[in-house]
Write a protein that binds this ligand. Structure first.
Ligand SMILES: NC(=O)c1ccc[n+]([C@@H]2O[C@H](COP(=O)([O-])OP(=O)(O)OC[C@H]3O[C@@H](n4cnc5c(N)ncnc54)[C@H](OP(=O)(O)O)[C@@H]3O)[C@@H](O)[C@H]2O)c1
Length: 287
């Protein structure tokens, strides 16, 4: 069986190591602050006092620290060969840091895998958890099973690090857009004296509509068909205008709704008024 290492036993690294041990893998663990390795000796992990020991003993090395930049710093300081190893960085990072990490690993004859974990530590090991990876050819064939034990819906999405960073940005934006929507929504309600509990209690009804938004998106954007709108872009533009005017008249922050309003209005002015709202993907690509 493959020998694994986990470098970094923070909240996420600990969850990964724990899950791999539970799945029956042989796991070496290391953490910069040694105390965090303690619980893992009882779980059967090989406790390493240096990252060199962990790397030397393993074929597949999962790093889960701060970002790709720290991963390069950590690995470049090691006095052990990385040649023939597969380094899987589960730390987050931007496109240029990902490129630097991959070229560093290529230069050291190591294979790379970069992973994006779409879960909290408590979700690691669940059948419906997704970890998306990019990796050099063959890495998924060799180690995909390990990643699937950490998240049952995990998949490799190609070889390009930029694809993973873009997917991270694209998916994170959705979650954050939702969170910021609630924050801005709270601020306008507060201005009108709506109790926050009333606002919070009304959110589930609107959240149900998010599934319909997703259905519409998935039906229209991948095929680029924006005709036959049940609710046209101009209907949304008018509703956004109402929301914007309300925010302004109550002196609530209006920048978030203004972005939506201005983008939708511009598309309407360019002849998209009767199309689906999702036609903004086409309009903004061309803009
Ligand atoms: N937590 C989540 O929900 C979640 C979800 C998805 C992805 N992630 C990603 O997972 C990574 C780790 O997150 P976390 O939540 O586990 O963070 P955390 O609990 O703050 O732990 C950070 C870990 O990184 C180590 N570390 C930091 N800088 C280091 C360096 N320069 N050299 C060596 N070790 C270093 C820390 O070691 P010490 O113990 O010595 O400080 C610690 O083990 C991040 O990239 C994060 O974005 C986290």
């Amino acid at each position: 069986m493959v020998t694994l290492a986990v470098l970094g036993l923070g909240n996420m690294g600990s969850a990964l190591a724990h899950c791999l041990l539970k799945a029956g893998y042989s796991v070496c663990v290391w953490n910069r602050t040694p105390g965090k390795t303690k619980p893992f000796s009882e779980l059967g992990a090989v406790i390493c006092t240096s990252p060199e020991d962990a790397v030397a003993a393993s074929d597949f090395v999962i790093v889960c620290i701060k970002s790709h930049k720290e991963t390069v710093e950590l690995l470049s300081g090691l006095c052990v060969s990385l040649s023939g190893k597969t380094i899987c960085d589960m730390s987050t990072g931007d496109t240029s840091d990902a490129d630097s990490l991959v070229s560093f690993l290529n230069g050291n004859n190591a294979d790379y895998m970069l992973g994006m974990i779409n879960a909290y530590p408590s979700g690691i090991g669940n059948g419906d958890t997704t970890i998306l990876t990019v990796g050099s050819a063959g890495t998924w064939d060799r180690y995909g099973e390990v990643i699937r034990s950490l998240g049952g819906k995990s998949a490799q999405v190609g070889e390009q690090p930029a694809a993973l960073a873009a997917l991270f940005a694209g998916l994170f934006t959705v979650r954050q857009g939702f969170m910021f929507g609630m924050i801005y929504g709270a601020l306008v309600c507060q201005k009108a004296g709506v109790p926050m509990q009333v606002y919070a209690d009304q959110l589930p009804a609107t959240i149900k509509l998010v599934n319909d938004y997703h259905d519409l998106f998935a039906r229209t954007v991948p095929v680029g068909d924006y005709d036959d709108a049940e609710a046209s872009l101009k209907v949304y533009a008018l509703a956004q205008e109402d929301a914007l005017t309300t925010c302004l008249s109550l002196k609530a922050p209006a920048d978030f709704i203004r972005i939506m309003h201005d983008r939708t209005k511009a598309a309407w002015e360019d002849g998209y008024g009767d199309k689906q709202l999702t036609s903004l993907v086409e309009h903004m690509t061309d803009a």
